[in-house]
Design a protein around this ligand. Sequence first.
Ligand code: UT7
Length: 332
Amino acid sequence: MSRAAVVCGVGSYLPPNLVSNEELAARVGSSDEWIRSRTGITQRYFATTGMATSDLAVEAGARALKSSGDSSVDSVVLATATPDHPSPATAPLIATKLGLTGVGAYDLAAVCSGFVYALASAAGMIAIGAADRVLVIGADTYSSVLDFQDRTTSVIFGDGAGAVVLRAGDAEEPGALGPFDLGSDGEGSHMITVRAPGSRQRLSGVPAEPRDQYFYMEGKEVFWRAVQRMAESTKAVLAQAGWSSDDVDWLFSHQANLRIQHSLADVLTISRGHVFSNIAEVGNTAAASVPLALDQAHSTGVLKAGDRVLLTAFGGGLSWGSTLLRWPVLPL
Ligand code: UT7
């Protein structure tokens, strides 16, 4: 028997404001054809006025807790790059709104890799006995930091939240997470960034330009790095687990661009038919992307108990991470 973190609940939430390619293209000077062909995206959801990341996270968290059949946890971990405020962390507020006042709660900032990092962090807490049950949420409202003067980045993001509940269990049972691989490369930190507010800018003596408060990405430079890093990282966990690419029933890679998802599958020699993608309907939802995809695949019956699942993500930092599991029996 080896103590491990086991997935025992899953849930997700999308905000109500559905934005089509046509609507967004008219606003930013793009076209449905460009967005579809370059990214695979056809629509996304944006938070409505007054709705913040915690609001999305609470909904997803409540659904994951319900799916786990037990509304109590010892800790709440929120992966996000768009917290409600620069300080304090958003997770304590989410915990309280879920009726969990008193539990450990913290945010984890690894941008689009955040959910995989948060799974590793929560699995570590469970492994050392610091927690028996953890709610892990990935939630982002990128619409709050998008620069709608920048047509390339503003058409790819959407808002959303996804969550899983982890419980202490055995490494050999379905749902057990691991091995993990995590990596980063700060040389590329300028490639995906929101420069302000932050201590560097605030202490510079120079007021922030309005554009410094918006999301900036060097998309072309990031593209091939995403494929390369997720390929290396997934190969590492597959080797550690003794799985071959043929063993993978479903590849859940960060939903950044359908072309990245397909290129990664090709490099790994995993058939594109084994790639789960919901980017067409939701866009790139950052830290929410992997758990949102898991919940949609589960609730639509695509993902079945016993399926061998490979999770991988890449994003700002630069950062990346991977893990795997056999999908457990969960209520629909
Ligand atoms: O989530 C974190 C990780 N993120 C990623 O992994 C994202 C990785 N990068 C990408 O997915 C892609 O680089 C983008 C989708 C962001 C951009 O696609 P691209 O094929 O790399 O486009 P590009 O920036 O090289 O631009 C190609 C052309 C340019 O025109 P010219 O110079 O060839 O005439 C752009 O001006 O497309 C033009 N363009 C657009 N045209 C219409 C760029 N954005 C748009 C647009 N609508 N929205």
